[in-house]
Ligand binder design. Structure first.
Ligand SMILES: [Zn+2]
Ligand SMILES: [Zn+2]
Length: 657
């Protein structure tokens, strides 16, 4: 080491929590991007501002190979990495990997982007929209940074309102980030954006080709992006001049990442906006209970759009009592719904049938011995996809051809398919409406943004009469001729084992209903249910969210569940069930007794076998203001477990499988 060398701590994008020391001829500021050698590879990393942990043996430090000046990460990105790591207990290096997902982007020169600039087209806002937009603008000018909830029924024009806030930020030279749940489905959103602003925003989601992602990352780090729109992972990208974050459909479950670094992008967006002194606007027609609670306790400001834009009225919702309908075998569409479908098509309008089940049938059963065909890698039935002639596991992706011989009783061709998926509903519609032009919309069919765009175009051009789809349909589309929504199984989400089941059901059903009658024609929703007296059904019919919320709030408060308490899930998994169980029981034994923290379990996880691993679960229930991170670190570090077991920590779990 020469006398002029300086020791530089560098954080690398690996599953490591501490930086490594390298040497360089001069000091480098934290945030500087550098290339170093690590083991046998060359990696990009970032100069960190905390010292490395002292090593017990003398080390010879490797030199920094390259300094990527002037490209760097801002101090706020470093702080964000630190914050997310401390909160989720994921190593800092893994968070850095989310900030710089394609480090090769640092190597190439960005090709100058040709932006097709058109004249922006400012919309005419309703007085209600204008009032909301003005409040957002004055918050941006006053730099108060208190988050907003922008709530409005589907079709009330929330997007136009937050577009005004984006416009305000752009005028001042700031950057805006818009998070959307399903970017591949937001062609209509992009169209509206381009019309309003006259340029195309930078786009980020995992289905984009690497070349395009690299270009976007490069443009970001050079400060050449004005508006970035993307799915949850866009939140971590290096925006240099961030002034506004919009989280559209803030209640959506897809903001929660369930693997790797487990986080909720909605919650982390609030943290990032606070660190960046940016304004955060949460947007929803059906806000989550958590967000609602934060409005109640004054943490968020509240904006409400009460009426649908252009005078469109909310659809009327009617329940079909399935206990009174005698359906023939292999039929799931009740006579009243069939009649309504027919009438809708006769009026030259469009209808949508909603069923949150992909494929043809959820169960394949042997008539002789009752054996269900299960996934060999998961404790779950395989779903029959008739169009593909295969059985498919929706959890791990396992596929197998439709079997002919029962593996248990060896009877040939004795399988029967139980229950409907969307493909089976399509089959039923074509039997009683042979003339109807149908389209099935699920993630199996809309595999690329191009296919989605084509399909949406077809619906808009009225080349489709009946849409049959899963929850993928429930998001943000606007089809003026769609006046009937039929919900095949309104009860499916009432019976989930997770604490948010009825909240999610309410949000989903409300959104699906919101697809209908968005312009001058009144929409109708028919909901098939075996529980017409359920409070959720009553709240849907009356479209009384307050009523539903107060019922739900009461339940959560009673049990100390979020948002009135907090949960942490620990999933222990491994190849040997006995070993996993022993590990889970050992963890339960070493749990430090703390008065305010309750330990539930261990018990087999609801999905007790997944991707060939057995799973056991422990749940912690703590008061709302309790930070469980140091307790978790202490507890796990003093409980030695075999290295074959994996412990996954999920702070504020969203799903409970
Ligand atoms: Zn059998
Ligand atoms: Zn599986």
């Amino acid at each position: 080491m020469s006398s002029t060398s300086v020791k530089i701590p560098v954080l690398l994008p690996l599953s490591l929590d501490i930086p490594f020391d390298y040497v360089h001829s001069q000091e480098l500021a934290p945030g500087t991007l550098v290339k170093v050698s690590f083991r046998k590879a060359e990696l990009y990393g970032v100069v960190w501002d905390a010292p490395t942990s002292p090593s017990s043996r003398p080390l010879t430090y490797k030199p920094i190979l390259k300094v990527c000046e002037p490209l760097k990460l801002l101090q706020v990105s470093l702080k964000f990495i630190e914050w997310v790591s401390n909160y989720t207990l994921a190593p800092k290096g893994l968070i850095l990997k989310m900030v710089l997902p394609l480090p090769e982007a640092l190597e190439e020169e960005a090709s100058p982007k040709v932006l097709v600039a058109k004249d922006p087209c400012k919309p005419n806002l309703s007085p209600e929209q204008k009032e909301a937009a003005d409040l957002l603008k004055s918050a941006l000018e006053a730099k108060t940074f208190q988050p907003f909830l922008l709530e409005g029924v589907t079709g009330s024009g929330k997007t136009e309102v937050y577009f005004e806030a984006i416009d305000c930020v752009l005028e001042k030279g700031g950057q805006a980030l818009v998070l959307l749940p399903e970017i591949s489905l937001s062609t209509q959103w992009l169209q509206r954006f381009e019309e309003r602003f006259g340029f195309t925003p930078a786009i980020w989601h995992s289905d984009l080709p690497p070349k395009q992602r690299k270009e976007t990352l490069r443009a970001l780090i050079q400060g050449n992006v004005r508006v970035l729109v993307g799915t949850r992972s866009a939140l971590f990208l290096p925006l240099l001049n961030l002034a506004l974050i919009i989280v559209d459909e803030e209640h959506d479950g897809s903001y929660k990442q369930e693997e790797g670094v487990i986080y909720n992008a909605r919650d982390m967006a609030l943290v990032r906006s606070r660190l960046s002194h940016a304004l955060c606007i949460l947007v929803s027609a059906t806000p989550s209970l958590e967000t609602e609670a934060n409005v109640q306790n004054g943490k968020y400001k509240y904006l409400h759009l009460a009426s649908r834009y252009g005078g469109a009225v909310m659809p009327d919702v009617k329940l079909i009592d399935m206990r009174k309908c005698k359906l023939p075998a292999q039929s799931w569409i009740s006579p009243p719904l069939r009649a309504a479908l027919k009438e809708t098509l006769e009026r030259q309008e469009q209808a949508m049938l909603f069923l949150n089940r992909r494929g043809y049938a959820p169960l394949t059963l042997c008539k002789d011995c009752g054996e269900r065909v299960m996934c060999p890698q998961c404790s779950i039935s395989l779903v029959n996809h008739k169009s593909l002639k295969t059985l498919l596991c929706h959890h791990c992706g396992y596929t197998t051809p439709q079997p002919r011989i029962c593996p248990t009783c060896y009877i040939e061709d004795g399988f029967t398919l139980v229950g409907p998926g969307v493909e089976r509903i399509l089959e039923e519609v074509t039997t009683f409406l042979p003339e109807a032009r149908c389209a099935v919309l699920t993630s199996d069919h809309l595999t690329t943004p191009k296919k989605t765009k084509e399909c949406i175009q077809k619906i808009q051009n009225h080349e489709v009469d009946v849409l049959i789809g899963t929850q993928i349909m429930a998001k943000g589309h606007h089809f003026p001729l769609l006046t009937l929504v039929g919900i095949i199984d309104g009860d499916s989400s009432l019976s989930g084992s997770d604490l948010r089941a009825s909240e999610k059901a309410f949000q989903l059903l409300h959104q699906v209903s919101g697809r209908s009658g968005r312009e001058s024609k009144r929409g109708h929703v028919l909901l098939q249910t075996y529980f017409p007296e359920h409070p959720l059904m009553e709240a849907l019919v009356s479209q009384n969210r307050e009523q539903f919320f107060s019922l739900e709030t009461e339940q959560r408060q009673l049990h100390g569940f979020p948002p009135f308490g907090r949960l942490v899930a620990l999933i222990l998994s491994g190849k040997d069930n006995d070993e996993v169980e022993r590990g889970a029981r050992r963890l339960a034994k070493t749990f430090p007794l703390i008065e305010e923290v309750e330990l539930l379990g261990p018990s087999p996880a609801p999905l007790s076998y997944l991707r060939s691993r057995y799973r056991w679960r422990l749940l912690l229930k703590t008061p709302k203001d309790f930070s469980p991170q140091s307790l978790l670190k202490y507890w796990i570090s003093r409980t030695p477990l075999p290295s074959t077991l994996k412990v996954q920590i999920d702070i504020d779990p969203y799903s409970f499988f």
